[in-house]
Design a protein around this ligand. Structure first.
Ligand code: CO8
Length: 258
């Protein structure tokens, strides 16, 4: 277990867990927290002992958005010079799977963080939303883009314009959330999913993430060319030989990530 001022981190069963830890301000994401999340994810991305990651909050709140107090006095030029969103861009380069485990409020920048993860497990009573409009601003870390891609223009506009909170059930029906469970089971369910993925052939997990992400932003034709190259690439791995031999020999494969 490692503690910084903003997050707690630990590794169990080859799953790296990041717990957002500013409970007094409902885990509001300040810039230090975003930096520490990124530094941890990038370190784990290079660590053979970690095969998947979870980002979670506490039993009451995932996080209530970016730290409003920190940015209240910002202006356009200070934000431009700060260039904080390069860190969010780096998140897209993390190659291992990341699961958001969400209890309670998941708002604003925190919803953007969860949407930047690969999978989401949420409590049945979790609440998602973009209340930025109530502050006279708007999402800045991908919220308008990711929500629109997931649920379409009209629905996304409604949530972004009203600032209302959507239920976990609605989020699941609209492809935002993978699974909803009772609040006390969220972390356990996320761990179950993470452990399952962590036990799969690591290079396949990695190449599948790349190919699926490619399909979001490219034409079917371009994404399929990319998929094909990754498919071919896996045939250079020891795990492909092991996986197929194990099938023929009717035994469980022993994958090494090579
Ligand atoms: N930032 C800073 N402090 C916060 C935040 C926040 N986002 N949310 C809550 N807090 C603080 C409160 O000020 C309060 O502090 P104190 O005890 O010192 O008064 C404490 O946390 C507890 O909060 P409440 O008393 O308000 O708790 P309630 O249970 O009554 O209400 C709510 C919970 C409804 C979640 C309420 O706290 C709320 O509306 N929070 C703000 C939600 C919001 O507007 N989020 C969007 C922020 S803007 C944003 O995310 C822009 C993203 C841009 C890109 C991302 C960059 C990182």
């Amino acid at each position: 277990m490692s503690n910084t001022t903003t997050i707690k981190t630990w590794v169990e069963d080859h799953v790296g867990v990041i717990q957002l830890n500013r409970p007094k301000v409902l885990n509001a994401l300040n810039r230090q927290m975003v930096s520490e999340i990124l530094e941890t994810m990038e370190a784990w991305d290079r660590d053979d002992d970690v095969a998947a990651m979870i980002v979670t909050g506490n039993s009451k709140v995932f996080a209530a958005g970016a730290d409003i107090a920190e940015m209240a006095e910002d202006d356009s030029i200070s934000l431009e010079l700060l260039n904080q969103f390069t860190e969010w861009d780096r998140l897209a380069w993390v190659k291992k799977p990341i699961i958001a485990a969400v209890n309670g409020y998941c708002l604003g920048g925190a919803f953007e963080l969860a949407l930047s993860c690969d999978l989401m497990v949420a409590a049945e009573n979790a609440q998602f939303g973009f209340p930025e409009i109530n502050l006279g601003v708007m999402p800045g870390a991908g919220g308008t883009v990711r929500l629109t891609k997931l649920m379409g223009r009209a629905k996304a506009l409604e949530w972004l314009w009203t600032g209302d909170y959507m239920t976990a059930e609605f989020a699941k029906e609209n492809g935002v959330v993978n699974r909803t469970v009772a609040p006390e089971l969220v972390f356990e369910e996320a761990m179950k999913l993470a452990r399952k993925i962590a036990n799969q052939a690591p290079l396949s997990v990695r190449m599948i993430k790349e190919a699926v992400n490619k399909s979001v932003d490219h034409s079917i034709y371009d994404a399929m060319q990319f998929e094909r190259k990754n498919f071919y690439m896996l045939f250079s791995s020891e795990d492909q030989k092991e996986g197929m031999r194990a099938f023929v020999e009717k035994r469980n494969p022993q994958f090494k990530g090579k």
